[in-house]
Design a protein around this ligand. Structure first.
Ligand code: FAD
Length: 409
């Protein structure tokens, strides 16, 4: 429920009620509802209104794997979000101007879909509504943590709004504030960065033909281009585009007029979905790998972009965060049964041990894909050809690769 002032003490306080923090809060309260946990979510933004979340042509979206859908299903978040999600039936991977292409299909994997494209505002609105109507979660918006320090059994911090400030303590502080965490800075939690010197240009595009559930990952000399199926807007055949290009190229793209933009995108993507009829509003994000050097401390755990911010080439940031979140909820539940406090290092260590390999694999996979698919160096071109050809020729390899990407391994 929305609150005007927090209590003095909670079991778990979540800083950031965005896609990761909001999902974690709802999943935690659903899964451990019989444990009587006192949960607080602190969020700087006001909840999204229905009007703000109305469908328009422009909107950001996220591709969720089949495994992520299962996680969201367990907390019944999917009940709402799933109604508006667009299924991905096939993923077609190709290399611009070169031989080599492979198709991964849901039919071959015996699944209804390989994944789903969700508009971020649909997920955020569902989460905001769940947090606002929850009887077990205190939802404190337009508020932030102004100071933080460890105490004997957990953390102590001040929460402030424009009008007032409160001193609060909790056994566990979950940091889900996104890529720029002011609480991590206050605590001196350092990060390792790798700048890819690329920007993601994100936009929605209307094509002459419908996408028929196909998602495309196309590798070009300037960087990877992803085209994801979206639900129609009025009569327009909409797709979401994530176009990763170097800084120089993105500066140029951002100055193009509508016609020049359509031509440039058409040249990179080709005519798989016919003519490009319209390109929507462009957003631009700098791309880098940024990983917190400490994922846990006594009474603290990092989730989502605070923990690891990845390049979107493999669409894995949110999917990895959802698996982390599921593992953390399980470890907290087990800890409570064993009589441990939520912020006990045994609970957090167990979570990290469960997820460490997943973190490593996804970070390495994403990083390798960026270098492999953002270069026209001969060795990389040959490796791409070999990779795509191997996937095309060997169904068992394709299956293993697909199951990993779908979060089912
Ligand atoms: C171009 C692009 C495409 C992507 N595509 C995909 C994809 O297809 N699939 C996929 O799995 N991932 C994808 N990702 C990654 C995905 O977007 C992120 O993993 C996800 O947004 C992380 O969510 P988050 O909640 O951690 O952070 P955010 O979404 O940044 O949320 C942080 C929240 O914390 C709040 N906040 C910030 N500071 C404070 C504070 N001090 N106090 C309180 N609240 C605070 C903010 O208001 C916000 O609500 C993509 C990323 C990019 C850039």
């Amino acid at each position: 429920m929305i609150i005007k002032s927090p209590r003095d003490n909670y079991d778990i306080v979540i800083v950031g009620g965005g896609m990761v923090g909001g999902t974690f809060a709802v999943t935690l309260s659903e899964t451990l509802k019989d444990k009587g946990l006192k949960i607080l979510v602190v969020e700087t933004n006001a909840p999204l209104t229905r009007k703000q979340s109305q469908v328009g042509f422009d909107s950001r979206s996220t591709a969720l794997s089949f495994g992520s859908k299962k996680i969201l299903n367990d907390s019944s978040i999917w009940l709402e979000v799933g109604k508006k999600a667009e299924p991905i039936r096939n993923i077609i991977v190709s290399d611009k101007g070169r031989f080599g292409r492979t198709k991964i299909s849901s039919e071959e994997q015996n699944l209804e879909a390989l994944g789903f494209v969700v508009e971020n505002k649909d997920l955020v609105l569902t989460l905001n509504n769940r947090l606002s109507s929850s009887r077990t979660i205190d939802y404190f918006t337009e508020a932030k943590i102004s100071s933080v320090s460890p105490r004997a059994n957990g953390m102590k911090f001040d929460i402030s709004t424009d009008e007032s400030s409160w001193s609060v303590s909790s056994a566990l502080l979950v940091l889900a504030e996104g890529g720029r965490s002011s609480v991590c800075e206050k605590l001196g939690i350092a990060r390792t960065h790798q700048d890819y010197k690329q920007h993601a240009i994100v936009t929605n595009v209307a094509f002459e033909n419908g996408h028929a559930g196909n998602a495309f990952e196309r590798f070009t000399d300037t960087g990877p281009l992803a085209v994801l199926p979206l639900r129609k807007f009025k009569t327009e055949n909409r797709c979401s585009v994530v176009w990763s290009v170097n800084y120089h190229e993105s500066d140029h793209i951002l100055t193009l007029n509508q016609e020049a933009l359509r031509n440039k995108l058409q040249d990179s993507f080709g005519h798989r979905l016919g003519r490009i009829v319209k390109v929507g509003k462009l957003d631009c994000f700098p791309l880098r790998l940024s990983v917190a050097r400490e994922q846990i401390r006594p009474g603290i755990v990092l989730l989502g972009n605070v923990a690891h911010t990845l390049h979107p080439v493999a669409g894995q940031g949110m999917n990895l965060a959802l698996r982390d979140m599921e593992a953390l909820v399980k470890s907290i539940g087990k800890g409570i049964e064993e009589g441990s406090s939520c912020g006990d290092m045994r609970v957090l260590q167990r979570y990290l041990e469960k997820q460490a390999d997943d973190h490593y694999e996804i970070i390495m996979l994403t990083d390798r894909l960026v270098s492999l698919f953002s270069s026209s160096a001969t060795t990389n071109v040959m490796a791409r050809k070999f990779g795509l050809l191997s996937l095309e020729l060997f169904p068992s390899l394709r299956k293993t690769f697909a199951r990993k990407a779908m979060g089912l391994v």
